[in-house]
Every structure is written in structure tokens, then in C-alpha cells.
Design a protein around this ligand. Structure first.
Ligand SMILES: [Zn+2]
Length: 260
């Protein structure tokens, strides 16, 4: 059950508006202490989804460093949904094929100025030894294999943006991680703080700047996103379809022993 008589959903998708193309009349406003959030409630192949367009508010495109991450995650909690699948576009630092998929198993935070916790007035140290939900990750990996789509796993590095990285930055970051993006953090942490399950499926849209590329443009990124969205649609729905309705992971206990 959720408050405010909002529609029910089995899973929240953060991002993915281009993938699911929800109709305008599916839009609902969810109010949170951090601001209002737009969510589309849709049903695809019998699966009820709440789609939160990370970048869109009132039809306006919000840059990565200005996204209201806390409001988006709080909205998921408010509608009573326990599972989140995020979609992200990333640059490869390890020569992944463009248009292939990437399922992070860890992250490194290189952002600088985003509010990244719900706990400003109490001391809570959330464990990050397994940031992404193992049950959701397993479902995504299984669906990618089943659909014979190219994919890899590894460490997601989040930068502040909105600019792309310099060549020297990519040279440094590639020592630490596999892909680089601007929207994966702090969502993963905020979800964990609210004991929600969270996993991400990233699309490799470009080589990180300085690696096999001249000038990196947003158009190239959009082109790859367009060409992969149907596959992404299939993988996400298949993943949710094979999930045990019971959460068999430890995400629901993430606050245990974390509060001082
Ligand atoms: Zn979980």
C-alpha cells in the first residue's frame, strides 16, 4: 500500500522514458519533502511499473549535477515500491563495444557537490560492501544472457559533469574503474539508505574521451541510446518477470548496525 492513493507498481524504473514511451495521461505527481517528482504509471506485458524520468521536470531537461536525486528515491519509497532498476548511459574506459550493456557491481564517487544522503541530522554509516542489489543484478545478467546481448560487469565511476572528462582524467579514472557516467551516484546510496533494492543497467554509448575519439558530442550518445532502447525494454521486462516476489537479499536490512 502507498499513501496518497497513488497507483501500485512492482518495480520503479529511473530513467528509461525513451525506452518505455509512457503516455502523458499516465503521469502522476508525487510530493516528497525534497520536492515534487513526476512518475509515469504504466503496465507492460502485465508488469506494473513506475517510471521516473530522472532528467525531466515540467518538460525541462535537468543536467546531471542538478537532478533532485533525493526526491526521486524518496518518491519510490512513498509509492511503496521496494525495487529500482536504473538505466544510465556511460562512456567505456575499457574498449567495450558501443551499444553493449554494462551492469555495475561497484562504484567510485568522483562527484563534488550533490546532496548524497538522507541522514543530515543523525549519524548513519550505511555499509557499501555490496552497493547494488544481488538479486536484481542476477536477474539483469540472466536476461542479458537469455537475449544473447553483449554485456560486461565492473566498476562504475561517477563524475560531477555536466562537462565530459579530460584526457588526463580518463587516464587516471581508467586505473580505478571500467565505465564513467554522471548519473549513477548518489541514487545507489540513497536507495540503500531507504533499504530499497537498486541495480543499474548501463548502455555503453561512447568511448570515454581521450580513448579512440576526437571530440565527444551529445549527438553520438543519443544515437546509440536510440538504437539500443528496444533491447533494453526487453531485458528490463524479462528481468522483472523472473524475479521472486520475495526479496531474498540483505537490502532490506541495510540500516541494521549502521546507526550510531
Ligand atoms: Zn536487494
Amino acid at each position: 500500500m502507498n499513501s496518497d492513493n497513488l497507483p501500485q507498481a512492482e518495480c520503479a524504473i529511473i530513467g528509461g522514458v525513451g525506452v518505455f514511451k509512457p503516455e502523458k495521461d499516465a503521469l502522476q505527481m508525487i510530493s516528497t519533502p525534497f520536492g515534487e517528482v513526476e512518475a509515469f504509471f504504466v503496465e507492460e506485458k502485465g508488469i506494473k511499473l513506475a517510471i521516473i524520468p530522472r532528467h525531466l521536470v515540467n518538460g525541462k531537461h535537468i543536467p546531471p549535477h542538478r537532478i533532485n536525486y533525493r526526491a526521486n528515491i524518496k518518491a519510490v519509497e512513498k509509492i511503496g515500491v521496494k525495487r529500482i532498476i536504473a538505466t544510465n548511459s556511460v562512456g567505456s574506459m575499457k574498449n567495450h563495444p558501443l551499444g553493449s550493456f554494462f551492469v555495475p557491481n561497484d562504484f567510485i564517487d568522483f562527484t563534488k557537490m550533490r546532496p548524497s544522503t538522507f541522514f543530515d541530522n543523525e549519524t548513519v554509516h550505511i555499509d557499501m560492501s555490496e552497493p547494488y542489489c544481488p538479486q536484481l543484478r542476477a536477474a539483469l545478467l540472466h536476461s542479458l544472457s537469455k537475449n544473447t546481448l553483449p554485456f560486461s560487469q565492473g566498476t562504475y565511476i561517477c563524475t560531477e559533469g555536466p562537462r565530459f572528462e579530460t584526457k588526463s582524467e580518463v587516464k587516471m579514472l581508467s586505473q580505478f574503474g571500467d565505465v564513467v557516467g554522471m548519473t549513477g551516484f548518489p541514487e545507489v546510496v540513497l536507495a540503500k539508505e531507504l533499504q530499497l533494492c537498486y541495480a543499474s543497467i548501463c548502455t555503453i554509448t561512447n568511448p570515454a574521451c581521450g580513448l579512440n575519439c576526437g571530440k565527444l558530442t551529445s549527438d553520438e550518445v543519443v544515437e546509440i541510446v536510440e538504437s539500443t532502447k528496444e533491447k533494453l525494454f526487453r531485458v528490463i521486462l524479462d528481468s522483472i518477470g523472473i524475479l521472486d516476489p520475495q526479496r531474498n537479499c540483505n537490502c532490506k536490512n541495510s540500516k541494521e548496525n549502521a546507526i550510531i
